[in-house]
Design a protein around this ligand. Sequence first.
Ligand SMILES: C[S@@+](CC[C@H](N)C(=O)[O-])C[C@H]1O[C@@H](n2cnc3c(N)ncnc32)[C@H](O)[C@@H]1O
Length: 151
Amino acid sequence: MAYAAAHPKEHCIGIDIASDRIARAVRKHERARLPNLHFVRADAEDFLAAIPKGARLTAIFILFPDPWPKRRHHKKRVMTHEFLGAAAAAAGQGAGLYFRTDHEPYFREAATAIRAHADWKESDPAQWPFEEPSVFQKRAERYFSIAATRR
Ligand SMILES: C[S@@+](CC[C@H](N)C(=O)[O-])C[C@H]1O[C@@H](n2cnc3c(N)ncnc32)[C@H](O)[C@@H]1O
């Protein structure tokens, strides 16, 4: 919501798979009344796949995704080679991808996936375009960020 308020000319879509999170965001949004902001309850990859052809994302933020720390649950992690491919297909050239987590092993895995992906080029995380701590960032003792640009 803070991003949408600061970028009134951009269409912003917040997504989460959990309906209670989306319901809470919608309640806040009703008070803020930002016409350029929408919330959608969706799985991240399903959402990317449903973006109409011709629409182009200019920035994708993946903030504190569930780390699924147990090895047998790693396959549930959002940040995968396939996700990066779907994000690239929905993103215009020069679009930014911004990933942040407080779980260091997940950060290393995500950074490896981004660096190995042909569609994305790692960029300087100091160029993070907007800072407003999310709920989980406020709870985190420390966190790790990686940014990339669509080739
Ligand atoms: C640790 S919380 C972070 C919430 C928020 N992004 C923040 O930074 O405060 C992780 C969120 O990811 C959502 N999530 C998990 N798997 C997802 C998926 N496949 N697609 C979209 N959201 C997902 C969960 O419902 C949960 O709300």
